[in-house]
Design a protein around this ligand. Structure first.
Ligand code: ATP
Length: 574
């Protein structure tokens, strides 16, 4: 928490204003009981109306001054707290943006969302509270004690008993609360994870009639969270009444022993009334401290979770962009081996090949043979464990990631579109793409026909995740997004699988015509999609089983022969 609070530095002036105004407010509140005692002891006792009006007027003035200070400091603490949280959210977001795929997977998407929203919210609440109370509570407590002792030192001994009792209660709450709050945030992550899976997989859940099963799973996660929350709330629920009992008993004791002193003529009635108020102020300030301590464990659990993210150092190093453009797009794998983090065995082993610009290379192989992984490594989503990948003769780790990816048009296996118009989504590939460039990309990707049928054409809205489009339409738009940037390297990860044979063939024909000098790599399952490729790489359990043309592999590669045989001869309709 301390580390996060350093983020308040830019708001020094705001913090200073809050602390100063709180100080004035405390002084005003400490002065009020003394003025009231004066009214009772002098004004009422001597029936001096003029004195009462004068001091009463003072009291109104002092109270109004204290209230104004409280309002302004409250406004500033909200402002500083909100700005601090905004900065923190931004910092988190930028950090997560800098993560490689590995770091994001390690923490988990639900947890990252939860930490950026709920955890930062907790920290914000406590920061605002600290700003309001850090001066208020100690000043009020110390000031109250000083004033009370000055009124009657003997009667102040009541606080010698009451304060340690309150301190003990606060200690017990902290001791019990901190571990529970940590557990609670973890359970909230779990609940969010279940919720997220349910929302994204709603169609699968329905089609497999798994609603009951999922309800049960959600119920379990929900009950798990609720039972911990209840335990926390039980502690909180008993804390406040116990504190109030201590407070009320102290007041009774003040009136009781104060009454005896008045009887003996050692104290005046007004002083008892002031004393009761100072007692209240001391106790309330301790209760404020206890509230900070109650919220602090939760916020400190949240702060730890935020710091965990901010402290993660991306495993992949990055170079500063020197503006060097990759102008050829030649790719070379030299004895590349790779394992996913925490995986037991390598996904790719000893891969060596060279892919020339102006050529189309296809990668084919059984499921899980490592085809997509090859594309992930070229895009540098992960770093290789052994060997090296060179682009234009230079190891890809020597390029700034942004420069490398600028030269790549990547079409993922699962099409991802963003909410916005079709044009917005295509411009994701090239920010300043003109309308004619967009139309050209749509034409090549065989999207133009269905886009033209939409009432608003390229200005038609795509809903979040592209749910208002078919699988094939989404695929084609994500191909168009890659085409519009005219990169040196195209990576198509099984991007034609959602297309019918005719569209697949038309698309490949159009690509061949449009892309003449770039390096095109196509991962595919269908032999018909790749048999015209200049080179076909056959992968088998992470190793190269053969490299060559369709005709060469039909003769030389048994794995390829098997794939072809299993698919039969597919005649293209175009
Ligand atoms: N993020 C990951 N973490 C751990 N293992 C992974 C990860 N992604 C893929 N794998 C594993 O790596 C292997 C190769 O996966 P990859 O996606 O490259 O195969 P593929 O040939 O493209 O398969 P498919 O044709 O089914 O898409 C698989 O065994 C898979 O389980």
């Amino acid at each position: 928490m301390k580390k996060l609070l350093l983020g308040l530095k830019p708001y020094k002036i705001g913090v200073a204003i809050i602390l100063l105004l709180t100080l004035f407010r405390v002084l005003a509140e400490l002065y009020l009981p003394t003025l009231m005692a004066d009214i009772v002891d002098y004004g009422i006792v001597q029936n001096d109306i003029q004195y009462m009006l004068e001091i009463g007027g003072w009291m109104i003035g002092v109270a109004a001054f204290g209230t104004i200070c409280a309002c302004i400091s409250s406004f500033y603490s909200s402002k500083v707290g909100s700005s601090f949280a905004k900065d923190l959210r931004q910092k988190m977001f930028y950090k997560v943006e800098s993560f490689g795929v590995e770091e994001a997977n390690r923490v988990g998407i639900s947890s990252l969302i939860n930490r950026t929203t709920n955890d930062i919210n907790q920290v914000q609440q406590v920061t605002m509270m600290i700003l309001r109370m850090v001066v208020l509570a100690p000043m009020m407590c110390i000031g109250g004690i000083v004033m009370a002792v000055s009124k009657n030192a003997k009667l102040s001994l009541i606080f010698v008993v009451a304060i340690p009792v309150l301190a003990l209660i606060i200690y017990l709450v902290i001791k019990k609360g901190i571990p529970l709050f940590k557990v609670m945030q973890g359970k909230l992550d779990n609940l969010n994870g279940v919720l997220r899976e349910n929302l994204t997989g709603v169609r699968v859940i329905r089609s497999f009639n798994k609603e009951e099963f999922e309800k049960e799973r959600f119920l379990r996660a929900n009950e798990d969270l609720t039972s911990t929350a209840l335990r926390v709330n039980k502690i909180m629920a008993v804390t406040m009444p116990i504190m109030m009992i201590v407070l009320n008993l102290s007041t009774v004791a003040i009136i009781w022993f104060g009454g005896i002193q008045v009887d003996k003529g050692n104290m005046q009635v007004g002083d008892i009334m002031a004393f009761v108020q100072y007692g209240m102020q001391i106790m309330f300030s301790l209760m404020m401290v206890s509230m900070i301590f109650v919220m602090m464990p939760r916020a400190s659990a949240s702060a730890d979770r935020i710091n965990e993210i901010l402290d993660i150092l991306p495993t992949m190093t990055d170079k500063v962009s020197d503006g060097e453009m990759l102008n050829k797009g030649e790719i070379e794998f030299r004895n590349v081996s790779f394992s996913y983090p925490l995986a037991e065995k390598p996904v790719l082993e000893g891969l060596s090949f060279r892919l020339q610009p102006g050529k189309t290379t296809a990668i084919i192989g059984g499921t899980g043979s490592g085809k997509s992984t090859v594309l992930h490594l070229i895009s540098r989503f992960y770093d290789v464990n052994n060997g090296e990948i060179l682009v234009d003769g230079k190891n890809i780790t020597e390029y700034a990631q942004s420069d490398l990816r600028h030269a790549i048009g990547y079409v993922p296996q699962k099409a991802v579109l963003f909410s916005g118009t079709i044009a917005d989504n295509i411009r994701y590939g090239k920010e300043d793409a003109t309308e004619s460039e967009i139309l050209e990309a749509l034409e090549t990707s065989q999207s133009k026909e269905f886009v033209d049928q939409l009432e608003l054409g390229i200005e038609s809205q795509i809903s979040q995740g592209g749910t208002n489009l078919s699988g094939g339409q989404k695929q084609r738009l994500s191909i168009a997004r890659a085409l519009v940037r005219k990169p040196r390297i195209y990576l198509f990860d099984d991007s034609f699988s959602a297309l019918d044979y005719r569209t697949d063939a038309n698309l490949r024909k159009a690509l061949k015509k449009d892309i003449t000098d770039a390096n095109v790599i196509i991962v595919a399952q269908r032999v018909s999609t790749i048999k015209d490729a200049d080179t076909i790489i056959v992968l088998d359990e992470g190793k190269i089983a053969g490299i060559g043309t369709h005709e060469q592999l039909l003769i030389s590669c048994s794995v390829y022969q098997e794939i072809v045989k299993s698919q039969g001869v597919v005649e293209e309709t175009v």
